[in-house]
Design a binder for this molecule. Structure first.
Ligand code: GUN
Ligand code: FE
Length: 425
């Protein structure tokens, strides 16, 4: 199918320098799934393309969720009165144990994928559970949505629960290889990613094996890093040779490189040498402010990360985060940065709308290549948003409308959604 068409509306997008661009009443052109640019007058050569007229609506790039747990979706909003390590034992592990049952997985993953399809998200990095078959069910369902995703069968061979643990490193690595073999060539837009849950869940032997598989098969890695003080102290005990938590991943060759960057969720306490290490490995930080608030993890110094030029995007971290909504993640990222400025360091300026919009679109999107902008050559991932329910006595600019849209998203609706030029809503 040749994906050539034009959308007309009020356009807002970021460029690589994090600048926000707004172009009222303009044309965004899609040719063969790629963006040709934004035009105030439609160039002659595109006049034959079908036109979808969304005049008066906002047109923005699709958003990337760099960190979400699919099996935790159906209990989101529950069990928030704990910190990370208790929260895992009391909430996450008992729920994830259910995914041994394929029927349970089928039902629960239908709910997750249906809702993800309707959200602001066009691309995502997703944790499944340790169960190979349930992970395959999730991947089948994601492929059908039209979204583009990385999905990981989780690895965990220590400190789980009797009902949720891989037997040992050897079994875990064999099962992971079998999963990779089974899904090879099955999907166009659903890709595997190695997923050690976090250092406390994975023995040294398993981490070593995963480093070998990553190298052998050219795979990326996703995991958690420096989320919570008790977790960080535990990692120091578990991997005494590591200089810092990030180094514990690097020691096992799981931090990736420019071509195969890892995604590390949280990095609330990342600083100094650990930050330098992430820069060196081109690691992506998934900033998950909703989760960091709910399970009291802390406030990540995102302004510093942006100033240092670290790769960074937003994550929902459902079900540490309660919502899949990346516009809510944008709002939370701005709000927590204000508390960081007020209570932690008054030299670190709070984030503004443009910083959050960048992270939700191009910042996280770049994990998938040229994604998250309407500059020429970018994948045509777009959202058409009806904000007409937000009535105002003022004449608002496009950026002001987008700002209101993120704070009041419940009163707006997504009218259409495109991924690489394919209309999925
Ligand atoms: N660290 C290890 N596992 C998890 C998880 O499921 N959620 C969060 N937020 N942190 C983790
Ligand atoms: Fe997480």
């Amino acid at each position: 199918m040749v994906k050539n068409f034009v959308l007309k509306g009020d356009v807002l997008f970021c460029s690589e320098d994090r600048k926000v661009h707004t172009v009222p009443d303009s044309f965004v052109v899609c040719a063969d799934g790629k963006c040709e640019g934004v035009f105030t007058e439609l160039p002659e050569k595109y006049k034959g393309f079908p036109l979808e007229d969304h005049s008066g609506k906002l047109i923005i790039p699709g958003m990337t969720d760099l960190h979400v747990h699919a099996p935790q979706y159906t209990y989101r909003g529950l069990g928030m009165d704990m910190e990370l390590l208790d929260w895992l034992n009391e909430n996450a592990f008992p729920e994830e144990a259910h995914y041994e049952d394929k029927e349970y997985a089928d039902k629960a993953y239908s709910i997750f994928t249906e809702d993800l399809k309707k959200s602001f998200t066009t691309r995502a990095c997703i944790f499944a559970t340790l169960h190979r078959e349930a992970t395959e069910i999730l991947m089948d369902k994601l492929e059908e949505t039209g979204l583009v995703t990385y999905v990981g069968k989780v690895n965990m061979d220590r400190n789980g629960s009797p009902a949720l643990s891989e037997k040992d490193a050897e079994t875990a690595a064999a099962d992971t290889r079998q999963w990779l073999q089974y899904i090879k060539g099955r999907y166009q837009r659903t890709m595997p990613i190695l997923t050690p849950r976090f250092i406390p869940s994975c023995s040294d032997e398993l981490m070593k094996e995963l480093g070998v598989i990553a190298e052998e098969q050219g795979l990326r890695v996703q995991s958690h890093l420096s989320e919570n003080p008790s977790e960080i102290a535990w990692v120091k005990e578990l991997v005494p040779a590591s200089k810092n938590y990030g180094d514990a991943y690097a020691l096992f060759n799981t931090l990736g490189d420019e071509e195969h960057p890892a995604v590390m969720a949280h990095c609330v306490y990342t600083d100094g040498e650990e930050l330098e290490l992430l820069k060196k490995h081109h690691t992506y930080i998934a900033h998950c402010p909703d989760s960091n608030l709910n399970i009291a993890s802390g406030i990540a110094p995102v302004r510093k990360f942006l100033d240092e030029g670290v790769n960074i995007g937003l994550g929902s971290d459902v079900a540490g985060g309660a919502s899949l909504s990346l516009v809510q993640a944008m709002v939370h990222s701005i709000q927590v940065s204000k508390m960081y400025w007020r209570h932690v360091d008054q030299d670190v300026k709070p984030l503004q709308f443009g910083d959050a919009f960048y992270m939700a679109t191009l910042g996280g999107g770049s994990y998938f290549g040229k994604t998250g902008s309407f500059l020429p050559g970018y994948e045509f991932d777009a959202l058409v948003i009806d904000d007409s329910g937000l009535r105002s006595m003022r004449k608002l600019t496009i950026q002001e409308r987008a700002e209101r849209m993120i704070y009041l998203s419940g009163e707006c609706s997504i009218k259409s959604k495109y991924v690489s030029g394919q209309k999925i809503i």
